[in-house]
Design a protein. Structure first.
Lengths: 87, 653
């Protein structure tokens, strides 16, 4: 799933990272702790994942465990896609 | 309601005094299209543009008192002028007219500069006492009417709007980096600072007195709350008694605001506050009442359903102006010319369009519900702060944070937020509890996201500046002893209300089309009455404006009386994209335009613009930054000239 990670990284960079004095963020860094994402930013992220990957994200899925770093987002997308394929 | 301008001292300029005054008042002539007047004396010049409302025949200005010694140029209304006039006549004063303007002159003669303490009104005036060679500027307690000034050489220029000052000799506009940082943090510069260097605003509740020895600015009124521990200082009567007195007070506040020799209408949003005002008007003046509102295409912002409920209940002659996102984008530059500061929201634009609409219908005066949210604790920020404090008191509690779900029910985006994210964003950090700005920290921090776009030059200029510390330094000495709700109300009422609500969203956009707004909830008697209400009565649990609802229950249909608060909001960044209306946006935000003005980093702004243009989800932080940057650029281009030309003041198109 390397390509989805690249896409997610680009999305984070283009939509959130321009606020910070840097161009990159490590895949494991917390988006909350670094202040990269704010309350409405989470919804921006969810809307992106839903359109870009065709996912259906329930409220219960919108938690930092799933979405708080590029790595976690990528894993979450992979799990959702796998679950859909299995269904 | 009118525009005023002029000077005290001697203008350092070869032009005639009359020409200087004509240029100054000419640049704000739209505030007073009915007549212009001038008075020039040794060392003083007064100009006036009149919107005739009271004593249409006799109220011409500048006006001199019966003894031809004291002159005034006055913008606004003294609502209790009838009572004051009777009192002054009893004291032996004589009057030539039936105007409220002449009451200022007689009251000044009777009580000196302290006369302002007797005025129940929305006013800004310049007064010249030729006997004592004393010049005075004054502004109402809450800051409904504006007055700005600039000292240049041996001359103090003053005016209702900054553009009239820029028409005076030697006054040029240059963006003040500190004021810009304040605006992008708080939504407005902290008075007396304005967005332009060396141009000041007279703060609300202040007077300026000038003689040959110099000028001094002093407060005559300050908003204050009782100490939280001082139970005797609060109104301890039973709730019914308080509600009855409040009800009578609101009716009287409305009654004296209906004083006008022209018809008076109302803005009716469909919310609790404007519905109360409209219902009171209907009770006092049962004949046909004209009401006005803005409707939005986007259901997220629209309140049309509630408007119809009130219109039906009160049988008003209601008119609605539909405002689209494209309308907002199109009018935005013109609105910036009127508000004379950067904006971080587009809310003023629909109100600008509404005043134009009202004016074409022939109305000059409207009553509105402005001020109730500040005075009676209606804003969500009060509930949010209360909850954050409640959660912080028991950090281990799992149940307390669940209450966060009940905040912001009208925001579809936040409603979908999960509990863990809600907690991450709304729960207080340990140090925050001791901060006097506690209630507003989340908002201020969110707003400060705009700093990411500052240019290196701007960052440098702000290297030793901290806007939050600056605000903390301006709080009253006893602030920390007040109840937390009182503290939050003070921040809203003493700062945001005059700094944004009554100016950018009030005077400037209404007077752009010569429409005067009047606000019964901001009657000084109502404001002071409300400061003494126990905080638990104002905001019990999470029920906002509880006492106001109790006091007005009989006036309103149940669905309005019990309606939860929906704040006034308008579509933001997407107003500027997607339609053909906004060619100016790309040009204003182009790298060369950004570089020419030097305040923002072109590369960072480019990414923000791309995101907003893509128009998917754009959060509050990005919306505010985008609108703030765009408006700062527009403001700079309209007002800041490399070579300030005296003969070409910026025109509000």
């Amino acid at each position: 799933m390397a390509s989805s990670r690249v896409q997610i990284r680009e999305f984070i960079r283009d939509n959130f990272l321009f606020r910070e004095d840097r161009d990159t963020i490590a895949d494991s860094e917390s988006l909350l702790d670094t202040g990269v994402i704010d309350s409405t930013g989470v919804l921006e992220l969810v809307a992106y994942l839903e359109t870009e990957f065709g996912l259906d994200i329930a409220d219960a899925d919108i938690v930092p465990d799933n979405l708080d770093s590029i790595e976690r987002i990528d894993d979450f997308v992979a799990r959702k896609l796998a679950a859909r394929a299995a269904a | 309601m009118c525009g005023i301008a002029g000077y005290y001292g001697e203008p350092d300029c070869a032009d005639s005094r009359a020409d200087i005054l004509a240029r100054m008042i000419g640049s704000i002539a739209y505030r007073g299209p009915d007549a212009q007047g001038f008075h020039i004396d040794d060392g003083v010049g007064l100009a006036h543009a009149r919107l005739s409302i009271i004593d249409i025949g006799g109220g011409a200005q500048p006006m001199v008192d019966v003894d031809d010694e004291i002159w005034v140029s006055f913008n606004g209304e003294i609502f209790n002028y009838i009572e004051l006039r009777e009192d002054l006549i009893a004291r032996g004063h004589r009057f030539r007219t039936a105007s409220d303007t002449e009451v200022i002159l007689a009251a000044y003669r009777a009580f000196g500069p302290d006369c302002v303490k007797r005025f129940n009104g929305d006013f800004a005036f310049a007064l010249w006492d030729s006997r004592r060679r004393l010049f005075m500027l004054a502004r109402d307690r809450i800051g409904v009417r504006p007055v700005f000034y600039a000292e240049r050489g041996r001359c103090l220029y003053f005016a209702s709007e900054i553009k009239a000052l820029l028409a005076a000799p030697g006054v040029a506009a240059q963006i003040d980096p500190i004021a810009l940082d304040q605006t992008l943090t708080f939504w407005f510069p902290l008075a007396p600072r304005t967005i332009f260097k060396d141009i000041a605003e007279l703060p609300p509740g202040h007077i300026l007195l000038a003689t040959a020895d110099g000028a001094r600015v002093q407060p005559y009124w300050q908003l204050s709350f009782p100490d939280a521990a001082d139970h005797a200082a609060c109104d301890r009567r039973d709730a019914r008694e308080i509600a009855d007195e409040l009800s009578a007070l609101l009716e009287d506040a409305t009654r004296i605001r209906l004083r006008a020799d022209v018809p008076v209408g109302a803005y009716l949003s469909g919310g609790l506050d404007s519905s109360i005002v409209t219902a009171l008007m209907k009770k006092l003046v049962p004949e046909q009442l004209r009401t006005y509102s803005v409707a939005f295409e986007d259901a997220e912002f629209d309140e049309s359903g509630f408007q119809s409920a009130m219109v039906t209940a009160l049988a008003t002659d209601h008119h609605t102006l539909l405002c689209s996102a494209a309308d907002i984008g199109r009018s935005f530059p013109e609105v910036i010319a009127h508000v004379e500061r950067p904006l971080v929201r587009t809310g003023p634009v629909p109100l600008f369009a509404l005043s134009r609409f009202v004016r074409t219908q022939g109305l000059k005066v409207v009553l509105t519900g402005e001020g109730a949210d500040e005075v009676f604790a209606g804003y969500d920020i009060f509930k949010e702060a209360k909850l954050r404090r409640f959660c912080a008191a028991q950090p281990a509690s799992k149940r307390r944070p669940r209450l966060l779900e009940r905040l912001y029910p009208y925001l579809p985006q936040l409603k979908a937020q999960s509990q863990s994210y809600r907690e991450a964003f709304f729960l207080a950090k340990p140090d925050d509890l001791a901060d006097p700005l506690f209630s507003h920290l989340p908002r201020f921090r969110m707003m400060q996201g705009a700093r990411a776009f500052y240019s290196a030059e701007l960052r440098n200029a702000l290297a030793h500046y901290d806007a939050l510390a600056d605000l903390r330094d301006r709080l009253p000495a006893d602030f920390l002893r007040w109840h937390p709700l009182s503290q939050a109300q003070y921040l809203e009422t003493a700062f945001l209300l005059p700094g944004y609500i009554l100016s950018s969203q009030g005077d400037r956009v209404a007077m752009a089309h010569a429409v005067e707004g009047r606000f019964p909830f901001l009657d000084p008697r109502v404001v002071e009455f409300a400061t003494r209400l126990p905080p638990q009565v104002k905001l019990p649990a999470l029920r906002e404006k509880h006492m106001l609802r109790e006091a007005t229950r009989d006036l309103l249909p149940r669905e309005i009386a019990d309606r939860p608060k929906q704040p006034y909001r308008a579509p933001d960044s997407h107003s500027f994209f997607g339609t053909a209306c906004c060619d100016y946006v790309n040009e204003t935000l182009a790298p060369e335009s950004l570089a020419a003005i030097g305040l923002f980093d072109a590369a960072a702004v480019k990414k923000l613009v791309r995101k907003c243009a893509a128009g998917r989800f754009v959060g509050a932080r990005d919306n505010a930054a985008f609108v703030g940057i765009l408006s700062t650029q527009l403001l700079s281009r309209q007002f800041v000239r490399k070579t300030a030309s005296v003969s070409e003041p910026p025109q509000a198109a």
